[in-house]
Design a protein around this ligand. Structure first.
Ligand code: ADP
Ligand code: ZN
Length: 309
């Protein structure tokens, strides 16, 4: 089996194209890695019939200017990742107006005769961190974003998990922090991680206070730390990533949370499982805001590698 993270060898010398679809904006990126990006453009996410053609126009422009060797598409979800499914490459039941059932892969990849890969934004970001960032050299890894939702990209033996779909670990149910009676913001689950520790869940806890004004000593952080540590505990005990990168607006806006989540995780594991680097098992993503767009490039790289096998 080829090393999925080997240096990208592109026979044609052409760059890779990537599209990261996000809830508020989409990023189109052309290049082969963090230090080799020749173009990067943003398209606002409105309705699919407006956003997808705008992205397609950028890809066509790149195609006419020398082309690209492969295309990676990393999208917010939930999305259908099963190539056997009639809805492969489509958006599933997102609350984002107009997007359920949007044909992302058909619209964007169908127009180009190059290998293409499609996955979630967080699986892409995890692949990028493993290629160029905090997960370098690892084959079992998780990338978590704590922002508008809690998304988890979960990589096992070099590939994102599959099954019914992509991982949805942000929606696992974990015990409530003692005394925490704030209602979940997830419309599906009264006590899932996303409903209790995402940006909107934090917003509900803050009752009108701005997150940036809340100090590290504020009691609001205890249930959030506990919830995220519980989720990390579940990850350790299931697929056992060698490291977890945790980012997104809540974590990057509150740098004190990382070491607290780490400590709470060790506490929760209670010595049962040894961790590779216990004091730094949960870390910040090294690629920062570029993890998402570079994730699309990492997916394009994997499409190319698979096409060459
Ligand atoms: P998205 O998931 O849409 O990409 P982000 O990762 O940027 O969004 O996260 C947005 C969330 O981050 C918001 O819900 C907001 O509550 C939260 N946030 C922004 N700034 C801070 C801060 N200083 N401290 C804690 N949370 C913050
Ligand atoms: Zn949920």
């Amino acid at each position: 089996m080829p090393d999925p993270f080997a240096d990208i060898a592109i026979p044609s010398g052409r760059p890779l194209a990537g599209v990261e679809l996000g809830g508020t904006k989409c990023v189109c990126i052309l290049g082969t890695g963090p230090d080799a990006i020749s173009d990067q453009r943003v398209v606002p996410t409105t309705r699919p019939e407006e956003t997808l053609p705008a992205i397609l126009a950028i890809l066509r422009e790149w195609d006419e200017q020398g082309g690209f060797a492969a295309l990676g598409i990393a999208s917010f979800g939930p999305v259908d990742l099963n190539p056997q499914s009639p809805r492969y490459g489509h958006m599933l039941a997102t609350p984002k107006p107009g997007w359920p059932d949007a044909d992302i892969v058909g619209t964007l990849a169908g127009a180009f005769d190059v290998p293409a890969a499609f996955d979630t934004d967080v699986n892409g970001a995890a692949m990028a961190e493993m290629r160029w960032g905090s997960g370098r050299g690892l084959h079992d890894f998780a990338y978590v974003t704590v922002g508008t939702g809690v998304g988890v990209g979960l990589i096992v033996h070099g590939a994102p998990t599959r099954g019914i779909g992509h991982s949805e670990i942000g929606h696992i149910r974990v015990p409530r922090y003692p005394g925490d009676d704030v209602a979940s913001t997830c419309p599906y689950h009264p006590d899932c991680v996303e409903g209790r520790a995402s940006g909107p869940a934090l917003g509900r806890r803050l009752n009108g206070r701005a997150p940036a004004d809340v100090g590290p000593d504020d009691p609001v952080w205890a249930p959030i730390v506990d919830t995220l540590a519980n989720m990390a505990h579940a990850l350790v005990c299931t697929t056992g990533p060698m490291r977890i990168a945790m980012g997104g607006g809540v974590l990057s806006g509150q740098p004190h949370l990382m070491s607290r989540i780490n400590a709470a995780l060790l506490d929760s594991l209670n010595g049962y499982m040894p961790l590779p680097d216990p004091g730094h098992y949960v870390v910040a993503p090294a690629l920062g805001g570029q993890a998402g767009p570079l994730g699309a490039i990492a997916l394009a790289a994997s499409a190319l590698t698979q096409a060459m096998v």
